[in-house]
Design a protein around this ligand. Structure first.
Ligand SMILES: Cc1cc2nc3c(=O)[nH]c(=O)nc-3n(C[C@H](O)[C@H](O)[C@H](O)COP(=O)(O)OP(=O)(O)OC[C@H]3O[C@@H](n4cnc5c(N)ncnc54)[C@H](O)[C@@H]3O)c2cc1C
Length: 240
């Protein structure tokens, strides 16, 4: 585990990565742990890597968020939803397989310890960059409230890392976990918001991550519930 005091992002660089483990955490989402052999590689919580591989003569250029805290680098965890060719390829890599990756990339990060409460909203594998941040904040004994609202449109009754979040809630009094089972995170948030004194949304920094247009839809609702626009960020998973 890297020293928590030495957190610095590197410029994007190439590295070889070896698969350490590959485990389903929902019927469609896998946690894939990689070991990077580039000792200079480091990243900020919430950043991504770009696996580079070829299959049947075709080159892939899809990007995946790192789901683990930078403190564990050069080990990184990816949280991959099986939707098409690239994600299936990554999910099907055997333990011990090697791939090339490039990174880090991404701007929805934490450079320093924030000084406001935080609300995280995730759908599906959009939990990945938010988990990296939450894990890092936990390691830093972050002193403000953290709320996580999570749903999973792929399998609405099965949330990635659910047991982990439940147990974190038991051991970390600042952390509150709201499960949006078979419903949208907006519905759960709107229902709980009035009861969560001294929860006041305008005080919170809000990070949202979901697939496609869902990030913007959730952001619009959060703003409607009173979050300040300059304190809301969202990341959109899309295929390019
Ligand atoms: C900054 C960033 C970070 C990302 N991080 C992750 C991550 O941590 N985990 C992850 O699983 N994916 C992530 N993605 C999406 C990833 O880069 C690929 O786009 C995704 O895996 C689809 O590639 P594919 O070749 O498997 O599917 P394709 O053959 O390209 O098919 C993709 C189609 O599936 C649909 N779809 C359903 N779910 C997704 C999804 N999650 N992402 C994209 N399209 C989807 C869309 O309609 C899309 O047209 C990220 C994307 C961005 C831009």
């Amino acid at each position: 585990m890297q020293s928590l005091e030495l957190l610095r992002p590197s410029k994007p660089m190439d590295s070889s990565a070896t698969v350490l483990s590959s485990v389903f955490i929902t019927p469609t989402i896998k946690s894939v742990r990689l070991w990077l052999d580039q000792p200079e590689f480091s990243f900020l919580p919430g950043q991504s890597v770009w696996p580079r591989f070829e299959r049947d003569g075709k080159r892939f250029s899809k990007i995946y968020s790192i789901a683990s805290s930078p403190a564990w680098c050069p080990e990184v965890e990816l949280c991959i939803s099986r939707v098409g060719w690239s994600s299936a390829y990554l999910q099907d890599l055997a333990v011990g397989a090697e791939i090339a990756v490039r990174g880090p990339y991404g701007l929805m990060t934490l450079a320093d310890l924030p000084t406001r409460p935080r609300l995280y909203i995730a759908e599906g594998s959009g939990i990945a960059p938010l988990k990296s941040q939450i894990d890092w904040l936990r390691e830093r004994d972050y002193a403000y409230p953290i709320w996580l609202v999570q749903s999973n449109p792929e399998t609405p009754d099965q949330l990635p890392y659910r047991d982990y979040w439940r147990s974190l809630q038991q051991t970390w009094s600042n952390f509150r976990y709201l499960e949006a089972i078979e419903q949208s995170p907006e519905t759960v948030l709107a229902r709980h918001l009035p009861h969560l004194a001294p929860f006041t949304l305008p005080r919170f920094d809000v990070d949202i991550c979901a697939v496609g247009d869902r990030s913007a839809e959730i952001q619009a609702v959060v703003l409607g519930l009173g979050a300040k626009i300059q304190q809301v960020r969202s990341e959109k998973f899309y295929a390019f």
